[in-house]
Design a protein around this ligand. Structure first.
Ligand SMILES: [Zn+2]
Length: 225
């Protein structure tokens, strides 16, 4: 990575991470400034200003019609932040026993100050895990990442049997609801019934039936068995 340490400011890293996240969601590599501003809760004017800064740092390129795209250096920076973030979440959950609904907020802060040495020590201590507590893939030290095809649970048909792969890490109340019922990545889920008109889903998990709201079912990503 050719980014000087002094430029590893929290704002730069948060913007790079946001562009990466929005591009990933949309399946399109370029991101509109308006979408970026609303994702970060800033005005379009400050988003435009920061995009210009990212361009001078060689982290992103932008054009009025195409939007913002990360350069290879920007993509590398985004993946290195995700690696630190997800290793931290795993360390906090596994080694310090912090509940999985609280590790994200801690990692959001610590990811910006973690040294290369401490990152390596944490990865080593954890045995180089490939997934964080929410099931998200942890980029490897060479910044490659294993992307896996998953589906939202709300797309299943009755009788489908799947495995819970991952859940977004940003909704503590959703994570607590799942934790209280022992529902976590790795468990098997069988969809029993779907109520019509966007009603709840009934799923068998760990030998018990649970009613899952559509919002929750849309957030849970699964793979077929
Ligand atoms: Zn997180």
């Amino acid at each position: 990575m050719g980014i000087p340490t002094v430029e590893r400011s929290r704002a730069v890293e948060d913007y790079v991470k946001a562009i990466h996240a929005i591009a990933d969601d949309g399946g399109d590599r370029s991101v509109g400034t308006t979408a970026l501003a609303s994702h970060l809760g800033v005005t379009p004017a400050s988003a435009s200003g920061m995009v210009r800064k990212l361009a001078t740092l060689g982290l992103a390129s932008s054009s009025p019609y195409r939007g913002v795209t990360l350069t290879d250096d920007g993509e590398g920076l985004a993946l290195s932040i995700l690696r630190r973030h997800r290793l931290l979440e795993t360390f906090l959950a596994q080694r310090l026993g912090i509940p999985w609904d609280r590790v994200h907020a801690e990692a959001e802060v610590l990811e910006h100050v973690l040294s290369v040495e401490l990152e390596a020590a944490i990865a080593n201590n954890l045995g180089n895990p490939d997934r964080d507590p929410h099931g998200a893939p942890i980029p490897r030290s060479d910044l490659t990442v294993e992307e896996q095809q998953t589906f939202p649970l709300d797309q299943l048909a009755e009788g489908d049997r799947v495995r819970f792969v991952r859940i977004p890490d940003e909704r503590p109340e959703m994570l607590r609801w799942l934790a209280e019922r022992g529902i976590a990545p790795g468990v098997e889920i069988e969809l029993k019934r779907r109520e019509p008109f966007g009603g709840p889903l009934t799923a068998a998990i760990n030998g018990r039936e649970h009613q899952l709201g559509v919002e929750l079912a849309a957030a849970i990503r699964v793979e077929y068995l």
